[in-house]
Design a protein around this ligand. Structure first.
Ligand code: NDP
Length: 323
């Protein structure tokens, strides 16, 4: 962009620093956007958000990201993306965006409820976070027997019985991971089929210490002062309720997009997924783009998030050249 077009310091702002391309989120979408933006001389700044590195840091081996024929640990993959971004001068700032004002450019964003930053363009790459069930006992024992991350907390349940709720790829992955640590894993699946891919289903089937409890709905996490002692479920087919005795309950029932802070300005669907123009990362606010799981109801893969980040950075560059 020609320098004379950078009219970003006028009026009442007292020449507060203006970020040319602010990227919210530090997962594959955010880092890929940052790599492309940096290479286009847009001096991108990443605000890493609450979950530094995003969901990849809570997963085990990633087997489907091209370029790693033997698989790669999720945390390692995202750490490499960060190093790659930093090689091109990307500034990664820790901080959570707590307020936005997209009424005019440059946009105003509040970080950690105190600092303000102005940005000429924004890429929303805040991803998605694990959902909870909202059943009794769940919040009470959160962090003390209820977890949404097997790789983070599985170690605490060595040689013990645990339950995994959910029938998707995450649930299967968590169950397989836990089967290597725990004595027994009970998978609580509400339908009579998995939602997970065939490959993940096969991995579950290959583990003798995973039992799948089909058509069972979680009702309550039960426990005492020592922590979780079981999960109460309703066996829909048998029409009966029972308690499965476990020490830990791992939730893997999907994710919700981290888009709340952008809601006043950005069009979203009922679930909070950012709506972008078809085939583009443009949102309804010119200069604000979205990439990755926060705008992706369907694919939700590290590779699709990375690709979306790439597209967003290219679109930011084009936008800045045209304004
Ligand atoms: P999904 O939405 O795919 O699956 C959620 C699971 O939780 C479903 O089985 C769903 O049941 C169940 N569920 C939802 N709500 C409840 C509830 N209240 N009570 C009981 N069960 C419930 O989420 P995932 O996190 O598994 O996967 C998200 C995306 O990430 C997917 O696209 C997946 O393919 C991808 N992924 C890929 C991986 C890989 O390739 N290695 C690893 C992990 C995720 P129901 O089926 O009945 O709706």
């Amino acid at each position: 962009m020609p320098e004379d077009k950078v009219v970003l310091c006028a009026g009442d702002r007292n020449c507060m620093d203006i970020v040319k391309c602010l990227i919210a989120g530090s997962g594959p979408a955010g880092y890929t956007a940052a790599i492309y933006a940096a290479r286009a001389n847009l001096n991108p700044v990443i605000y890493s958000g609450m979950e530094l590195g995003g969901q990849l840091t809570t997963t085990t081996t990633v087997d489907n990201f091209p370029g790693f024929p033997d698989g790669i640990d999720g945390g390692e993959l995202v750490a490499r993306m960060k190093r790659q971004a930093e090689r091109f001068g990307v500034e990664v700032r820790s901080g959570v965006i707590t307020k936005t004002d997209f009424s005019k450019r440059p946009f105003k964003l509040t970080i950690d409820s105190k600092d303000e930053v102005l940005a000429d363009t924004v890429i929303i790459a805040t991803g998605a976070s694990a959902k909870y069930l909202n059943i009794p006992g769940e919040q009470k024992f959160r962090g003390g027997g209820v977890s949404a991350c097997a790789t983070c907390d599985g170690f605490f349940y060595k040689n013990k019985e645990v339950a995994v709720v959910g029938g998707g790829d995450t649930a299967c992955e968590e169950a397989v991971y836990l089967s290597g640590i725990c004595k027994k894993v009970s998978m609580i699946v509400r339908r009579d089929v998995f939602r997970a891919s065939k490959a993940m289903q096969d991995r579950v089937a290959s583990k003798s210490n995973i039992e799948v409890l089909w058509q069972c709905e979680p009702l309550e996490v039960v426990g005492d002062e020592s922590g979780v002692t079981g999960i109460k479920i309703k066996d829909v087919k048998a029409g009966a309720e029972r308690i499965v005795p476990v020490w830990g309950v791992f939730l893997a029932v999907g994710h919700h997009p981290n888009s709340e802070v952008f809601k006043p300005w950005i069009n979203m669907d009922a679930e909070g997924y950012v709506i972008t123009e078809p085939g583009s990362s443009k949102t309804n606010v010119p200069g604000v783009f979205a990439a990755g799981d926060v705008a992706d109801l369907h694919y939700k893969q590290a590779i699709t998030a990375a690709a979306a980040g790439c597209k967003a950075a290219i679109e930011v560059d084009k936008f800045l050249q045209e304004v």
